[in-house]
Ligand binder design. Structure first.
Ligand SMILES: C[S@@+](CC[C@H](N)C(=O)[O-])C[C@H]1O[C@@H](n2cnc3c(N)ncnc32)[C@H](O)[C@@H]1O
Length: 279
């Protein structure tokens, strides 16, 4: 039964959708993404008290209920070795160690803010002034990003111009789905230059962009969608918007041109995840 559950979990793990759940240190991942779902799937009610006990006995439990059936080192594991390797491949790059300082460039509606904040002492969130100051529903109340973190010592909010002026360099950066919304190659390059200038010599940034999207086939047929660069400009009631699909090779090439060294690229569900440091 447990082997079956492990296999289902491994198979159905939606890496991209759950990036915010798994973006954290290994301990949190083991508990929240493996041990607690496993307990629930075998019918156990996981109370807060039980959660704390699971966290306390994480190592022992992982060996008893997970590695025993799905060890990547076992020659004949009960779960298909290919599934195990596939899952490990997808998860491993997210087990990032804790650092002192991180920025999230183009934070949007703060989709990843909590998960990223768990991996760093200080987090700078960056976006346009419009995005940071507008009222929107965040954490179930109407407020602005600037307001939300007004009192925070750990989270600093910068608009793109303030960030450019900043004299600080960061250990880690995230730039998730940002180049894809910029309808100009020159402005995309400018974005890479800014990020390059804000990383420490030993720092790294994770760039995520989509290279495949099933909606694009539909968009091609829409009269309001006009092909532009590597994507479409869409004319809607809310004004014009752009979305581009950036192929993994093209992302890597533009990073190299901007003075980055590509450490690793992983592809998953139509998105490319590239870790880059300074060349
Ligand atoms: C598609 S959203 C992605 C938001 C978030 N990273 C996520 O994945 O949920 C793109 C975000 O990038 C921001 N953005 C685009 N160009 C930017 C620039 N040059 N400087 C700062 N932010 C920018 C937009 O305002 C928007 O919030």
């Amino acid at each position: 039964m447990i082997a079956f559950v492990v296999a289902v979990l491994t198979h159905t793990f939606q890496f991209h959708d759950r990036i915010s759940d798994v973006l954290g240190i290994r301990r949190r991942f083991d508990c929240k993404s493996i041990l607690i779902p496993l307990s629930q799937r075998v019918g156990s009610v996981v109370t807060k008290d039980k959660e704390a006990k699971i966290a306390q006995r994480r190592d022992e439990l992982m060996h008893a209920v997970f590695y025993k059936y799905a060890s990547s080192r076992d020659d004949h594991p009960l779960v298909d070795k290919h599934d195990i390797e596939h899952a490990l491949n997808a998860w491993s790059w997210l087990w990032v160690p804790h650092v002192a300082s991180t920025f999230d460039y183009g934070c949007g509606k703060l989709r990843y803010q909590r998960a990223i904040a768990d991996t760093t002492d200080v987090l700078a969130i960056v976006d346009s002034e419009v995005q940071l100051s507008r009222l929107q529903v965040l954490r179930r109340r109407e407020t602005s990003i600037q307001n939300l973190f007004k009192q925070s010592n750990r989270i600093q909010v910068y608009n793109d111009l303030e960030f450019q002026e900043l004299n600080t360099c960061f250990e880690r950066g995230f730039c998730i789905n940002v180049p894809s919304v910029i309808p100009s190659y020159a402005r995309r390059r400018k974005l890479l230059d800014v990020i390059h200038g804000k990383l420490r010599d030993d720092g790294e940034c994770l760039f995520v962009v989509q290279y495949r999207n099933s909606d694009f086939t539909r968009m091609r047929k829409m009269s309001k969608a006009k092909p532009w660069l590597d994507g479409f400009i869409i004319d809607s009631l809310r004004g014009y918007s752009f979305y581009g699909l950036i192929l993994p090779d093209r992302l890597e090439a533009s990073l190299k041109r901007a003075g980055f060294r590509v450490r690793e690229t992983k592809l998953n569900e139509g998105s490319t995840y590239t870790w880059a440091s300074l060349a």
